[in-house]
Design a protein around this ligand. Structure first.
Ligand SMILES: Cc1cc2nc3c(=O)[nH]c(=O)nc-3n(C[C@H](O)[C@H](O)[C@H](O)COP(=O)(O)OP(=O)(O)OC[C@H]3O[C@@H](n4cnc5c(N)ncnc54)[C@H](O)[C@@H]3O)c2cc1C
Length: 378
């Protein structure tokens, strides 16, 4: 079986590796970038959590965590997984209720370690917090951080060792279709034929000529100069009410808050002053020590989330096609879930039973009127 994958980001590389590891070695992965990391993967901040609010995302995280723990043994590369924790904070009863519901769901679905906590416990876990408005929170001690490019590199190099071919600098233009089959992917350098095709084109998944509901959404990261003001071991700390969050990576404090993008250029790293001033102001009111460190404008960056209509991945056969598979739409969680998504899709393509039930992620769910329902934590 010959498989052609469009997109050599962390998801495409994981699919390629997991196919090859099951004996499907005739795999080609195309990417228009000249080298690995031309899309969203290197722009992720590197958070990992099982503290999700739907059963399927909790299941993906648990499988991914299992695989991250074995990553070095399996692939010879450190995935960077460090369980420094995720600390969700609630200022309102509504946010606390959302955390309670999510926490009960996590426990019911096999994630037993996240705990609901009171405000004092939150301040004990992260002593840098100075926010009297906190009503309580939730803490996942095994959540934490991963290294996106190390995971991408681990899967890419291991896939290559199995004989997978990565073709960089090749832009796919459109699927060539005959009835219910894709027969080739047309590129600027000619068409590539295969038996099975995979769309792993991240935020650009909808640009290849067959309906795909995934759309790009710009996200920005403000980054300080190097500092020892806060430790790398500080948990990812998130105010649920407005989405403001921060972490420390490579001695720099990263400040984030999802809001409406003010520019449409996906990779314009020149963030606007108003947005930066806004996140710094939020930091000043809650973690003053973080706001006391200067922002390093040259190190701030932006990137794209690959949003699906219900903020969950599309994994499985594209509606109406016998041999086109989608690995799209993780909606900002693609790095942490890539180890699971790659394994599950490879199992499906190889005719094996996937390790977890991926029916909820089937791409046809939107046409069937069954999107995944659930509130959103972040
Ligand atoms: C600011 C920010 C913070 C984030 N933080 C996190 C986080 O903490 N944890 C987490 O899990 N995720 C995070 N994410 C999300 C994460 O980056 C994505 O979910 C993930 O990288 C998706 O991987 P991918 O392989 O699907 O996409 P990509 O890495 O974008 O790979 C897609 C590839 O397809 C290629 N491509 C596209 N179109 C074509 C074409 N026509 N022809 C050939 N090649 C093509 C691109 O060049 C690209 O290399 C964050 C994202 C951003 C922007």
């Amino acid at each position: 079986m010959r498989v052609a994958i469009v997109g050599a980001g962390v998801v495409g590389a994981s699919v390629a590796y997991h196919l090859a590891a099951r004996g499907i070695h005739d795999v080609v992965v195309l990417d228009r970038a000249d080298e690995p990391g031309g899309g969203s993967t290197p722009r992720a901040t590197g958070g990992f959590r099982v503290q999700f609010e739907t059963a399927i995302n909790i299941a993906l995280s648990l499988l991914a965590r299992e695989k991250l723990l074995r990553f070095e043994e399996e692939l010879g590369v450190d995935s960077g997984y460090r369980p420094h924790g995720y600390l969700f904070l609630a200022r309102s009863e509504a946010a606390m209720d959302a955390l309670r519901i999510a926490n009960a769901l996590q426990h019911a679905n096999g994630a037993s370690e996240p705990q609901l906590i009171d405000a004092d416990e939150a301040r004990r876990i992260n002593p840098a917090i100075e926010d009297d408005a906190i009503a309580g929170g939730a803490y996942g001690p095994r959540d934490g951080f991963i290294r996106a490019m190390q995971i991408l590199g681990g899967y890419t190099d291991a896939a290559k060792r199995f004989g997978v071919h990565f073709d960089y600098g090749v832009e796919a233009v459109r699927w060539r279709v005959d009835g219910d089959r894709v027969i080739a992917i047309e590129t600027r350098y000619g068409a590539i034929e295969a038996d099975v095709f995979v769309n792993a084109a991240g935020a650009w998944a909808s640009t290849l000529g067959i309906d795909n509901p995934v759309r790009p959404l710009r996200r920005q990261v403000a980054c300080t100069i190097e500092t020892d003001a806060l430790p790398e071991t500080m948990p990812m700390t998130i105010w649920l009410d407005d989405g403001f969050h921060l972490r420390v990576r490579d001695r720099r404090i990263l400040l984030l808050r999802p809001d409406e993008p003010r520019t449409t250029d996906p990779f314009d790293d020149n963030l606007d002053d108003t947005w930066i001033a806004d996140v710094v102001e939020r930091a000043r009111a809650r973690v003053p020590i973080a706001a006391s460190v200067a922002i390093d404008r040259d190190k701030c960056w932006a990137g794209l989330y690959e949003m699906s209509p219900d903020r969950h991945a599309l994994l499985g056969r594209a509606p109406g096609f016998a041999n086109l598979y989608l690995a799209n739409g993780s909606s900002g969680h693609g790095v942490m879930h890539a180890p699971a998504l790659g394994q599950l899709l490879a199992q499906l393509i190889a005719g094996e039973e996937p390790s977890i039930d991926i029916h909820p992620l089937r791409p046809s769910r939107f046409a069937e009127g069954e999107p995944i329902a659930g509130p959103e934590l972040l």
